[in-house]
Structure formats: C-alpha cells, structure tokens
Write a protein of this length. Structure first.
Length: 375
C-alpha cells in the first residue's frame, strides 16, 4: 500500500542511513516526524509519543506494520541522515510550491541554535533564505560559527538557483564575491555596508553627508519618506537613492553590476526621546527610493517572521539535539512545518494556535500535508 503524498514525494531521493533491514521504513519516520512537529512536538520523545497516539490516523497513508519507532530510533536515524540531501529535497519542494523563484525578494540571514552544542564546541549556526512577501523559507545551510556566513551564503545561493530576484543581505554578506555570484545568477543585490568595509563605508557616508548639507542639489537622486505611529512612538523613515557612483572612485569597479547607492534614515521619537540611525547600501538594481526603501526594511522580516517564530513557537533556541545531523535535520522539519502553516489560508490565527488545531483536528492536519488516504 502506498499513500498519495504531495509533500513526501519530494523527499524520495533520501537514502536510509541504516545499513540493514529495519522494521520502521524511512518514509514512515518522515511522515510521523513532520505530522508530529506540525502538532506541537519539539523533541524526538514527543514525536514518538504523538505517533503512538495517532497510529490509527497514520495507517491511512502508510502501512506502519511494526507500529511506531522508539524515540531512540528517530534520534539515531536523523542524526545519521545526510542533511545536505535532506536540504536539497526541501529546496526542491519549495520550488514546487513557489514555481520558479523569479521576481522574489529573498532575504538571507543567519541564526544560532544556542543549545545545540556539546562541551568545547560551537552551537550550530543556520543561514536561511526567506521569501519576503510570501513568508516562506526557501532553504538553509549550516555553518559552525556566525563568522562563517561568508562561506555559507555562496553555498545557499548555489542551491537555490535564484534568477530575477532581489537578494538582501546584512553587512556580514557585503562581499565582492557574493555580489558577483548574485549577478552571475541573473539576480540583483541590496547589500548593507558597515565598518567591516571601512573604506567603502566612509566613502558612501561622506557622499550622503555632503549632499545633505546642500539639500541634495548637486546629487541626482530620488527620495521617499514614511511615517508610522504606534504605542506612543513616531517613526519617520527616509530613503535616498542615487545612481551617481563617482564618490566611490576606483572602489566602484570592485562591485559587479553596481547601479546605485542607498541611504535609509530612521528617526524614532518616543516620549520626547529622539534617536536617529542611518544605514547605507550598495544596489545592483536601478530603482527609485519608493521601491528600495521598503525592500531595505523588508529584509528584517526574516528576523520577525522566521527567526522569532522558530524560537517562540517551535522552541528552536531551547533545542538540545547535539548528535550528528539531528539538530540540522530537525530544523528542516521546523521550517517545513512553518511553511505549511504559512501556505494555509483557511484558518486565520497565529502559528501557535494552528499548531494546537493541527494536534486535535485530523482533517486539518491531513489538509496541511496534502495527504490522501489509501484503502
């Protein structure tokens, strides 16, 4: 008996890491894990317990002739499972969901799973690509430390094969090689510049400071402004974009495809206390301030809609999985679950509430997974 499994069919390339015949098939472990994590399970123990409680439901889709595996089996198998292949399957699934990634705004940023480490070792750091606007994770790559984001970002870009996208990255990813790779993939970049590129940052800051002193009269530019009021705080954001790259001098040639410099100023007025912050960007897409200002702000949706949800709703930062690939593979399951909830428009509630619903409503869980029962 086989199930009609719209989601699980994308993971058929996974190779069972066990070298001998086992009573619990890999597809049964996959189905149990994603179903349980949708329903609130955050450890292998809770995955196994949920599976035992829902065995009758699971048997509508796969045989489960030997019941549900012990939690030790889940932990062992997913600690051995090749995380890079699992990730490639995840990316392929997302391409099936989104179609081609053309035209998306893709934010790339890293997150540390703080407790997923052993004595003397660094916690794993995951670099994710997030589709702003869709609210979906497109892929992730593990790196040992935050500083290694520079090497992880090119690997993630290779896996995604982006085309026609606007890729936003914070200052850690403002690297010439990364900019070149984005251009080679026929996408555009919006890269934050800070003091990790001191000469470049000083040149851009001086350009905008000089122009602001004269009311931007000598600098070709577009400008836009937004005002937001919330909880007694007024935030005014201004964006200025110029195609004039002359202030960079010879630095300009180091950045393939560079078309514009961007300045975003945020002024916050809260109970009479005023603070101001300016951020600077390189951009390969020649667009006006009304377009690039929201794109720069939209980058931080990866923090609010992905990293925050993973920590608060899925307890990722508290995860203590430390053996082999277990932490990385469980993180892929979390992102799968979050994407399934974000795709679903039938229930208007937060993800935490919908996890509760998925734990109690078999029909809702089946709908999220796209499963069809087979007699």
């Amino acid at each position: 008996m086989t199930a009609s499994r719209a989601l699980l069919d994308h993971f058929e390339d996974l190779v069972d890491p066990r070298t001998r015949a086992c009573p619990h098939a890999l597809d049964e472990l996959l189905l149990t894990a994603i179903s349980a994590i949708l329903s609130g399970a955050d450890t292998w123990v809770s995955v196994a317990l949920w599976g035992q409680a829902k065995l009758h439901w699971l048997r509508q889709f796969l045989p489960f002739a030997n019941g549900i595996a012990a939690h030790d089996t889940f932990g062992r198998v997913f600690s051995l499972l090749d995380a890079s292949v699992f990730e490639a399957c995840f990316v392929r699934w997302m391409q099936g969901v989104c179609g081609a990634f053309d035209g998306l705004h893709v934010a790339i940023d890293g997150k540390t799973v703080r407790r997923a480490k052993t004595a003397g070792e660094s916690a794993i750091h995951l670099v994710s690509a997030f589709a702003h606007g869709l609210g979906l994770t497109l892929g992730q790559v593990k790196t040992a430390e935050k500083s290694n984001e520079i090497t992880a970002i090119p690997e993630l870009l290779d896996a995604l094969l982006l085309k026609g996208c606007l890729v936003t990255i914070d200052a850690m990813g403002c690297q010439k090689a990364i900019a070149a790779q984005i251009i080679q993939q026929e996408s555009d970049y919006l890269l934050m510049v800070k003091n990790n590129q001191p000469t470049l940052a000083a040149a851009i800051e001086n350009c905008f400071d000089t122009a602001r002193a004269t009311g931007y009269q000598q600098l070709p530019h577009t400008a836009a402004e937004w005002v937001e009021k919330d909880h007694g705080r007024i935030e005014t954001r201004r964006c200025v974009v110029t195609p004039d790259l002359s202030c960079l001098g010879t630095l300009r040639k180091d950045w393939p495809g560079l078309q514009a410099l961007v300045m975003v100023e945020a002024q916050r007025d809260s109970q009479g206390q005023v603070s101001r912050e300016r951020r600077y960007y390189l951009c390969s897409r020649l667009a006006d301030a009304a377009t690039l200002g929201p794109a720069a702000r939209g980058h931080w949706s990866i923090e609010n809609q992905l990293h925050w949800s993973l920590d608060v709703t899925f307890g990722e930062d508290q995860s203590r999985m430390r053996v082999g690939n277990a932490a990385e593979n469980f993180s892929i399951f979390r992102r799968m679950a979050l994407n399934l909830f974000r795709q679903d428009k039938s229930v208007k509630a937060g993800v935490k509430t919908r996890r509760l619903l998925a734990s109690t409503d078999d029909a809702y869980r089946q709908k999220l997974l796209g499963l069809q029962a087979v007699a």
